[in-house]
Write a protein that binds this ligand. Sequence first.
Ligand SMILES: [Zn+2]
Length: 165
Amino acid sequence: MKKIRCPKCDEFVLFEESRIEYGHSLIFHCENCGKNFSVRFKSKEEKQEIDYTYGHIIVVENVFCEKQTIPLKLGSNMFGRRSLGTEIDCPIQTGDMSMDRKHCIIHVELNKQGEIIHKVEDYDSLVGTFVMNEILQKKEKRIIEDGEIITLGATTLILKKGKPE
Ligand SMILES: [Zn+2]
């Protein structure tokens, strides 16, 4: 059995993996809230279309969450704990309550040479945002390089330029 989260009430719905047809939608019924919802499963080809031009963030597995790979886009990317009712670009699926729902912003910019640069800024979070174990000051935008570590609460993020290996 596989599980999928109901977008209406946030509870898990269990289903047989054999029902999945990649590239097609499936209708699910949530026993918890009684509503139906549909989910489209991406085919392998579609999954490969994720754009990693502007790099990605690896969320390191810990007691609160599984490993996650989150692509970045040009402009600002808001990171925080995934929570029903809070829409952000880069939600992290975690039980880490020390991570705010809106915790930090990763800015992807192009410099005058057209090179991609990454900066991280705390979003007035409760416990702060750390880069290589140093806390960011209010309004500070710290340049981060490939492989550098950002800490949000008990969770570790790693910036990677380009595609996942
Ligand atoms: Zn539901």
